[in-house]
Design a protein. Structure first.
Length: 121
């Protein structure tokens, strides 16, 4: 049980570091917060929440892993190298891909609700 508690402490510290020290983490947290607030304002149903939260979790998790890859490679190979650049670019591309698809999913869910709210008022 002590090991589990210790592991949770490390994980919580990792979250704290990511959201306080990484500029992209702060930006992603802001976007996630705005999406969640919009979800409450537009009364998402259970299934829409599941999809939105899965998208938020995916983008944040990939952004965290991208940060880890960048820090690790900068530490292990501080000089410029084409393979390191490739790895970092592909990791960043994974975040961009997930964020773009998540934005499209968000648009599919949020835009009709927004227009319905406009027509109601």
């Amino acid at each position: 049980m002590k090991r589990l508690i210790k592991s949770m402490g490390y994980a919580i510290n990792g979250l704290r570091l990511f959201f306080t020290k990484e500029q992209n983490g702060q930006l992603q947290a802001l976007v996630a917060t705005l999406v969640i607030v919009a979800g409450f304002a537009l009364h998402l149903n259970r299934y829409e929440w599941i999809i939105i939260l899965a998208c938020v979790a995916l983008v944040l998790a990939l952004e965290m892993m991208n940060s880890v890859v960048e820090k690790l490679l900068d530490h292990l190979h501080p000089q410029r190298h084409e393979n390191v650049k490739w790895i970092k670019d592909v990791a960043a591309g994974a975040v961009l891909w997930a964020a773009t698809i998540s934005a499209l999913i968000g648009a599919i869910i949020f835009i009709p609700k927004f227009f319905a709210l406009l027509h109601k008022g």
